[in-house]
Design a protein around this ligand. Structure first.
Ligand SMILES: [Zn+2]
Length: 102
């Protein structure tokens, strides 16, 4: 079956990405699910939110970080500007481990 409209999944992920870029900061599956409760898809669960974050990261829209202490994965929106670098270590933001900390 083919269709010219975006799938519900793609539409939801686009909504979520806009939300993430608008609000910024660190996004966990919990935060994404909470945001989706205010979306046209309020019944979205945390597992679906986690898959959406993973899919957005896979296409390069988000950067993933594993927090080993909290044992969870979190995501931050990648800059829309290409080749931005950390002002401290000069690594790309995707590669930076210092997070700009002094
Ligand atoms: Zn850095």
């Amino acid at each position: 079956m083919s269709t010219v409209t975006a799938s519900p999944e793609a539409t939801r992920r686009a909504w979520l990405l806009t939300e993430i870029r608008t609000r910024g900061g660190v996004w966990t599956a919990h935060r994404a699910a909470t945001a989706l409760h205010r979306s046209p898809w309020p019944s979205t669960g945390r597992n679906t939110a986690r898959k959406d974050l993973r899919a957005l990261a896979a296409r390069g829209a988000l950067a993933a970080r594993d927090d080993l202490e909290l044992r969870r994965r979190s995501y931050t929106p990648k800059s829309l500007l290409p080749h931005r670098r950390c002002p401290k270590c000069r690594a790309t933001f995707e590669a930076c481990n210092c997070r700009g900390a002094v």
